[in-house]
Design a protein around this ligand. Structure first.
Ligand code: SF4
Length: 363
C-alpha cells in the first residue's frame, strides 16, 4: 500500500505501523511527521506541558542490565534528597508556572521509603495551593513496581499520575535485559494495579534495544492501546558505560542515527495510532542530538520534563551516558527549555496540570 493511502486512513493497523517505521527517506518521514503533528493539534492542542523532574533518590533494589543506577553498579555515589530539598524544588516549580512535577527514583519497596514519599506528596500538595494552582501542583510518580496497597496509599496522598515503562513488550527481549527476578508478567500486572489504584497511567519503551525488531515496536504501540495508557514516554536505548552493553559501543555508534530516527517515528506513530494521549519528548532524545527534544515535539509530542533535581546530585542519576543538563541549575534548564519550545513556535501551558484528553474522556 502506498504511503498516502496509509496516512489517509481513519485507523491504521499494525501492518501499517511496520511500513511507517521502516521508512528511511526524508520526504516520506516528513509526510508522517506532518500527519502526526496535525493530529496532535486536533486531539491534544498545540500547547506544551511542563513536568518538572525531581530525581529524588538513585538507590534501587533492581538490577536492570542496561541501567546506570542499578544496584550492582558500585561506581556511583548513592543519594536520597531530604524532604526539605524535594519541597524546595517543588515550590520553585510552582512559583515558575510549572503545573506539574514528576517525582522519580530508583525502586524501593520498604515502608520507610513509601512513608517518606507519602509525607512529601501531602506536603507538596498542601504548600502549592494558590490562586493560580487551586489544586496544588499535579504530581506524577515514577518509582517502579509496587503493591496495590502502596499504589493506593500514594494515590490517596495526592499523586494522580504514574509512569512505569514496560521497556519492551517482547517477553523474550524483556528477559534478556532484566535479571530473572524481574519478570514481564509482574510488570504488566503492576500496570493494571496502577490503573486500579486510580492513577492516570503512563508507560513506554526503549527504542533500539539490541535484538529488537520493527515488529516488536509495532507490538509496543498495540500494547499501549490495549492497556489503555493515558501517557507515553519513549526514548532511544543509549548505552551506559557501566553496563554489559559497553562492549557494543562500536556497533551502537553506527546505528545511532537510525535509532534516533526510529525514536521520532515511534512518537509520530503513537500520535497517529493513539491520537489523544499525552506523549513526552524525552531528554534522551537530546542526548542523541542537540535539538532532539524540539524534534520530538515536532513529531507529535506535547510534554517536556525539564530537570529540577538539585545540581549537586545530577551527575549521580544517569540511567544512560551523555545525559544533558547535568551541570545546570533549575533556572538555567527553565530558560533553556522555554527558548527551545519558543524556537518551534509552540505555546507553553503555564500553571496547568495538562491531563491527557484520553484520560479526561474516561471520567
Ligand atoms: S531502570 Fe529503574 S528499576 Fe531498573 S535498575 Fe534502573 S532505576 Fe532501578
Amino acid at each position: 500500500m502506498n504511503l498516502n493511502n496509509i496516512l489517509n486512513k481513519e485507523k491504521i493497523n499494525k501492518d501499517d505501523i511496520c511500513i511507517l517505521l521502516n521508512l528511511k527517506d526524508y520526504e516520506s518521514i516528513e509526510k508522517v511527521r506532518l500527519k502526526a503533528y496535525n493530529l496532535m493539534l486536533k486531539y491534544v492542542g498545540e500547547k506544551v506541558y511542563l513536568r518538572g523532574l525531581i530525581e529524588f533518590s538513585n538507590i534501587c533494589v533492581n538490577d536492570c542490565f542496561y541501567c546506570g543506577i542499578r544496584k550492582s553498579n558500585n561506581n556511583i555515589k548513592r543519594y536520597t534528597l531530604t524532604n526539605e530539598e524535594i519541597l524546595e524544588s517543588a515550590l520553585w516549580a510552582a512559583e515558575n508556572g510549572y503545573g506539574s512535577i514528576v517525582l522519580q527514583s530508583g525502586e524501593r519497596n520498604d515502608e520507610q521509603f513509601i512513608n517518606k514519599l507519602v509525607d512529601i506528596i501531602k506536603e507538596i500538595k498542601d504548600k502549592t495551593i494558590s490562586d493560580t494552582l487551586p489544586n496544588g501542583l499535579g504530581i506524577t510518580l515514577c518509582i517502579g513496581e509496587q503493591s496495590y496497597k502502596t499504589y493506593r496509599k500514594l494515590f490517596e496522598a495526592g499523586a494522580h499520575r504514574y509512569l512505569l515503562r514496560i521497556e519492551t513488550t517482547n517477553p523474550e527481549l524483556f528477559k534478556k535485559i532484566h535479571p530473572p527476578k524481574q519478570t514481564y508478567e509482574r510488570r504488566v500486572e503492576c500496570l493494571h494495579l496502577i490503573k486500579e489504584a486510580g492513577f492516570q497511567l503512563g508507560t513506554g519503551v526503549m527504542i533500539g534495544i539490541p535484538g529488537q525488531t520493527i515488529e516488536d515496536l509495532a507490538n509496543d504501540l498495540e500494547f499501549f492501546r490495549i492497556i489503555d495508557a493515558d501517557m507515553i514516554g519513549m526514548g532511544p536505548f543509549i548505552i551506559h558505560s557501566d553496563t554489559i552493553y559497553q562492549k557494543m559501543y562500536d556497533t551502537y555508534d553506527i546505528e545511532k542515527r537510525r535509532i534516533y530516527e526510529l525514536s521520532l517515528l515511534m512518537i509520530a506513530c503513537a500520535r497517529i495510532y493513539l491520537k489523544d494521549v499525552n506523549i513526552a519528548s524525552t531528554t534522551a532524545l537530546q542526548a542523541m542530538y542537540p535539538v532532539g527534544r524540539e524534534m520530538g515535539l515536532l513529531f507529535g509530542a506535547n510534554v517536556i520534563m525539564p530537570l529540577l533535581t538539585p545540581t549537586y546530585v545530577r551527575s549521580q542519576y544517569q540511567l544512560y551516558n551523555g545525559k544533558p543538563c547535568i551541570d545546570e541549575f533549575s533556572s538555567e534548564c527553565y530558560d533553556c527549555i522555554i527558548n527551545r519550545i519558543k524556537s518551534i513556535n509552540r505555546p507553553i501551558a503555564y500553571n496547568e496540570w495538562g491531563d491527557s484528553p484520553h484520560f479526561n474522556k474516561k471520567r
